[in-house]
Unconditional design. Structure first.
Length: 271
């Protein structure tokens, strides 16, 4: 059952050590990502620590939780528990292993690498989250596989914390990675409105073909959140959504957002 979700972008520019003197330009983005991940992990840890009473909206399996990190790409699952090196991006910045003795996988997709960097920041600030990160699943997906993954996660009795790594349109302004496109801002505004609405189903209304044209990767992973929420009947719960940060400082639309399940019995589960 989907308990909480966080959305973060996946640029290597997140890694301050790769940015040199320009690192400060993304301090606000890093701070927002730190806050949204900390909140999601805290939500998941709370559910893990509490045995809900019979009849709770969280269900009987809520004491068992799973953190799942999903990025865009060819469907696959990775062992990201070892150390991660960003040497291929110009500097040999190494993120320490989540589990001692695990090997370094040099074939990790960039979104997963960036998520691992953000995980290391979260663990540094919140050591109590280390075990959740150590047991996390690290997945890339797209197309029909994304919806199937969401259905599986939502229908499972395990309480799921979902982290989606997704970029918006890559066509903002003349210095964007892709040719400037006047449709980029409206597209990203629509995504942010859906994320802020607390209704994951609204992401299904985003034009995926347009997103592909604009170089957005979110359309590859939104079906995971939509299907996971639907499978968990999250529409019947009092969901809480928030966009913590949104912008396109380097011509690519990035957003940091949260969604958490807030059922009617939430106060009793926290007692």
């Amino acid at each position: 059952m989907l308990i909480t979700a966080a959305v973060v972008p996946g640029p290597p520019a997140f890694v301050a050590e790769l940015m040199g003197s320009a690192a400060h330009e993304l301090d606000d983005l890093r701070d927002a990502a730190d806050r949204v991940l900390s909140g999601a992990l805290s939500d998941l840890a709370m559910v893990s620590a509490v045995s809900p009473p019979s009849g709770s909206d969280f269900g009987s399996g809520a004491g068992s939780v799973q953190l799942v990190v999903v990025g865009p790409g060819k469907p696959g699952e990775f062992n990201a528990a070892g150390p991660v090196s960003f040497a291929s991006f110009g500097r040999d910045v190494v993120v320490p292993a989540l589990v001692e003795g695990q090997p370094c996988d040099r074939e990790l997709p960039t979104p997963i690498m960036v998520a691992r960097y953000l995980a290391s920041r979260d663990i540094a600030a919140h050591p109590e989250h280390a075990q959740l990160w150590a047991s996390a699943r690290w997945i890339t997906t797209s197309g029909g596989d994304a919806a199937a993954l969401g259905e599986q996660l939502g229908a499972d009795g395990t309480g799921v914390g979902l982290i989606l790594v997704a970029d918006g349109a890559a066509c903002h302004g003349p210095k964007a990675p892709r040719a400037q496109d006047a449709r980029a801002q409206a597209y990203d505004d629509g995504v942010c409105a859906a994320l802020d609405s607390a209704q994951p189903s609204r992401l299904a209304q985003i034009d995926a073909d347009l997103g592909d044209e604009l170089g957005a990767t979110g359309s590859q992973v939104w079906p995971v959140l939509v299907a996971a929420a639907d499978a968990a009947d999250a529409a019947d719960a009092e969901g809480i959504g928030e966009v913590l940060w949104a912008g396109a400082p380097y011509g690519v639309g990035w957003a940091v957002a949260s969604w958490r399940r807030s059922p009617k019995n939430a106060t009793s589960t926290q007692a």
